[in-house]
Design a binder for this molecule. Structure first.
Ligand code: HBZ
Length: 819
């Protein structure tokens, strides 16, 4: 039962936690200890609601969604939990009374960075929305000992530092050894005929196994007493060393199992949109999926006798192909453990699993060599072979004699297991994450599948949670919005359109822009403290924060900065509105060109920020270690949102929505969800440039793009490119950026030069930037535009996305939990 917040009780709880956890008093405790004590006090309230919610689930037996994901990029929990308990202000005051600043206490919490970028953060937003809307949901994932690496910038280069996020303990997690599961790897399958059932039995022998131990993390719904569960699995060795048994074989096996358990959950792979094909990665996938599917089946069987109706109470949403072994694992359990016939098992499985695609980038597609796959997961491989055999038969029936179709669609082909094909074949739903992306899937990437089974395909445009990205991230704006339109926007973001009546109101405009200014001051202070750079809060804060990837074109942005700098140097008298270009981005540890781009940004920053002759008109800042917690501050302070991916490449983007919500117009291409943002806000309230997706696709299919044309015919472009190789930004090593130069012009590499059409879009981007400057000079016009962005952001709440998943895919029942 949730109690009303009682300050005295809360303070007592904090004190007593300090005592029992650390033998400390308020006076002597460190800030970290206070953070822990406060978190345990907050958790106390959460646990009551958690138990109550689970009781309602037991009683009402609603259908549940299992959101299966290798990544959950949760960020910090304390602030968000207090927000959703609607106790934030109360706790803040209580702590003030004790002499503590809540911001400082929140700052003690490490980010839970169990994800790379968009895909992982989307999973986190979805959990928030599911709990807030009152749907029964489990997040299923891995409790990595080390999350996304911490980024240090040394001498302009990225250095990766391990993220030991659990070192002080995670106050919100709960270890649940009573729900442990065994997961088996390797060995071989012995087939045995079973007289009783008249069926073959498949028995795995000579395997290694690990014990999967679940840790449950509460997911607090907003102001509704619902608490769902994110269940992340830890691995433990199954046989503790038996020191008395020194049989050689046993000893060897014990050591191996110990190592397997230690390695499997050690670290998150830091690649986004790139498949590396590592054996350990496949182990991670099967590990958490086997444990999660076993747990889901066990939970179902507790109160249901007919496993053939499993799908009526459970649905698995596969977050990209990473969890796709779930298809075969569910089949294995239904066939080998529950004794269903193939057709029965297939019916259950194909009514349970649904797949979300997050990318069309070819290098991200998961294809496992059958040698590796069958060695690691022998039974699972057998099952996939059989799924494939039947699927190929179906293709043949539909397209007699068409070998091409089989080549393009088979699950196993060319010695590889294609996970996307398995997910599409077995899934009852296949969705893209923005309208344009889904169209490209249907008409290009997955055309053959769409033609064969059009009914499976649907779009679910991504969204973000306004609770974290406005209510928590931007308290000044959140309060202002509430003053003007009431607080319903917190759970019904469509309401935010009511702000439209204020966009021409002079007082409202001033207040809105003053809040932006306060947030810019807050970010400027952060930049001064963390980067040692002074930025002018009156300058235009032009921000690009996201993973570093060539298709996202941070390179286009920095080349444009170099171009602007040239212009200012050539024409010091030219009117120029001061600009601060802010970057934040992690590069995958093995992605050389991405890391070199970081060095380029920092080198350009060094030159420009130290050039007194330009009177601070231009500043470039690379924010170290971009992550969820500092993102919240960055979005709130942005004037311009850089969303400049090569059209067709960014499946959706979600940062674009966070900027919009916080009143920053989009400077972007017609890519991903930008298209829908422009639809909502109007083209006049965004700055759109560049090739269209269709134009890009036409070039890719038919050729005809030659970046050298731009180099030859445009002096400004040529000059900027030459500065990459003449030592302008690398006097100590003029060859440093040669690879970047070559990537744009040289065809001696295997790729076409300028794969991402940077030179094609350069001029159009520069013009769009000129429009930004012109628009910003018009104070009223800009205020109006910024407010329109906030006011038109209603569509982009993850509450809307989740409601669409529920209505069109999952069909869940809503629950209510009484206080
Ligand atoms: O998923 C992103 C898309 O690039 C972005 O456009 C979209 O908005 C977002 C949510 O739908 N994709 C990723 O973030 N992908 C990964 O992080 C990733 C991680 C490991 C992989 C492959 C992709 O092996």
């Amino acid at each position: 039962m949730s109690k009303r917040f009682d300050k005295e009780v809360f303070i007592e709880s904090v004190k007593s936690n300090l005592k029992t956890l650390y033998r400390q008093t308020l006076v002597d405790a460190t800030k970290q200890q206070v953070f822990q004590a406060v978190s345990y006090a907050v958790k106390d309230t959460i646990i009551d609601n958690w138990m109550e919610t689970q009781k309602v689930y037991e009683e009402e037996d609603p259908k549940m969604v299992y959101y299966m994901s290798m990544e959950f990029l949760m960020g910090r929990a304390l602030g968000n939990n207090m927000i959703n308990l609607t106790e934030y202000k109360e706790v803040k005051e209580a702590l003030e009374e004790l002499g503590f600043d809540l911001n400082v206490i929140e700052d003690q919490e490490p980010d839970a960075a169990l994800g790379n970028g968009g895909l992982g953060r989307l999973a986190a937003c979805f959990l928030d929305s599911l709990a807030t809307l009152g749907y029964a949901a489990y997040g299923c994932g891995i409790r990595y000992r080390y999350g996304m690496f911490k980024q240090k910038i040394e001498n302009g280069y990225q250095i990766e530092v391990p993220d030991n996020w659990l070192k002080d303990g995670n106050p919100f997690e709960l270890r649940r050894p009573e729900y442990a599961k065994e997961v088996k790897f390797g060995g071989y399958i012995r087939v045995e005929y079973d007289e009783a059932t008249k069926r073959n039995k498949f028995i795995q022998e000579g395997y290694q196994s690990v014990r999967a131990i679940p840790f449950d993390i509460p997911i607090v719904g907003y102001n509704n007493n619902v608490v769902n569960t994110l269940r992340v699995w830890d691995a433990e060795a199954i046989n503790d060393f038996q020191l008395d048994s020194f049989d050689k074989g046993d000893y060897q096996k014990a050591v191996e199992q110990e190592n397997l358990a230690r390695n499997i959950v050690e670290v998150l792979y830091p690649n986004d949109n790139h498949y590396a094909g590592k054996e350990l990665r496949l182990k991670q996938q099967y590990f958490f999926i086997s444990a999660s599917v076993q747990a889901a089946v066990a939970k179902y069987k507790k109160n249901h006798s007919d496993i053939r109706k499993f799908y009526e109470k459970a649905t698995f949403q596969l977050n990209d192909t990473h969890p796709t072994v779930a298809v075969a694992e569910l089949m294995r359990i239904l066939l080998d453990e529950e004794g269903l016939e193939w057709d029965e098992a297939w019916e259950v499985t194909t009514k349970t699993c649904a797949y979300t695609n997050h990318t069309i980038m070819a290098e991200a597609l998961e294809k496992w060599p059958i040698e590796l796959f069958s060695r690691l997961l022998p039974r699972i491989y057998q099952i996939i072979e059989e799924i494939n055999r039947r699927f190929v038969e179906e293709i043949q029936k539909k397209y007699p004699g068409n070998q091409e179709k089989i080549r393009k669609m088979a699950i196993i082909y060319d010695g590889q297991v294609k996970m996307a094909h398995l997910a599409i074949c077995a899934g009852y739903s296949v969705n893209g994450v923005a309208a344009l992306h889904t169209e490209i899937l249907k008409n290009q990437e997955l055309k053959d599948f769409y033609e064969m089974m059009p009914e499976k395909f649907n779009n679910k445009t991504n969204g973000i949670t306004q609770r974290r990205f406005l209510l928590h991230a931007n308290p000044l704006l959140a309060d202002w919005v509430t003053e003007h339109i009431g607080d319903e926007w917190i759970t019904d973001l469509a309401q935010i359109s009511k702000l439209k009546v204020y966009v021409d109101d002079e007082k409202a405009q001033q207040e809105f822009m003053n809040i932006k200014y306060q947030n810019k001051l807050r970010l400027a202070k952060y930049i001064r403290e963390h980067n040692g750079i002074d930025v002018d809060p009156r300058s235009i804060f032009d921000v690009q924060v996201k993973r570093l990837h060539e298709y996202k074109r941070q390179l286009l942005n920095i080349l444009h900065v170099m171009y602007l700098y040239n212009k200012i140097k050539d024409h010091p008298e030219m009117p120029f509105y001061p600009r601060t270009f802010i970057f934040g981005a992690k590069a995958a540890a093995g992605y050389r060109r991405a890391k070199l781009t970081i060095k380029l940004i920092n080198s350009v920053a060094d030159v420009i920020n130290n050039d007194k002759s330009i009177n601070g008109k231009l500043k470039v800042v690379f924010i170290e270690d971009y992550r969820v917690s500092n993102a919240e501050w960055i979005f709130a302070a942005a004037d311009v949102s850089e969303q400049i991916s090569t059209a067709s490449k960014e499946a959706s983007g979600t940062g674009n929505m966070k900027f919009m919500l916080n009143g920053a117009p989009t400077l972007g291409t017609m890519d991903g969800a930008n298209v829908e943002i422009v639809q909502e806000v109007g083209e006049e309230n965004a700055f759109i440039f560049g090739l269209s997706a269709q134009e890009v696709i036409n070039y890719e299919n038919n050729g005809g793009y030659n970046p050298m044309d731009y180099f030859n015919n445009d002096q400004d472009i040529r000059r900027v490119l030459m500065q990459l190789i003449n030592g302008e930004y690398a006097p100590d090593d003029p060859e440093r950026f040669r690879d970047i130069y070559d990537s744009l012009l040289n065809t001696n590499s295997s790729d076409r030069a300028d794969t991402y059409f940077i030179l094609a879009d350069f001029k159009s981007y520069a013009e769009a930037q000129e429009r930004v400057e012109k628009a910003y000079r018009d104070e009223t016009g800009w205020a109006r535009m910024a407010m329109m962005n906030t006011a038109c952001s209603g569509k982009f709440t993850s509450d809307r996305t989740i409601q669409q998943y529920v209505d069109e895919i999952w069909h869940l029942d809503k629950v209510t939990v009484e206080a």
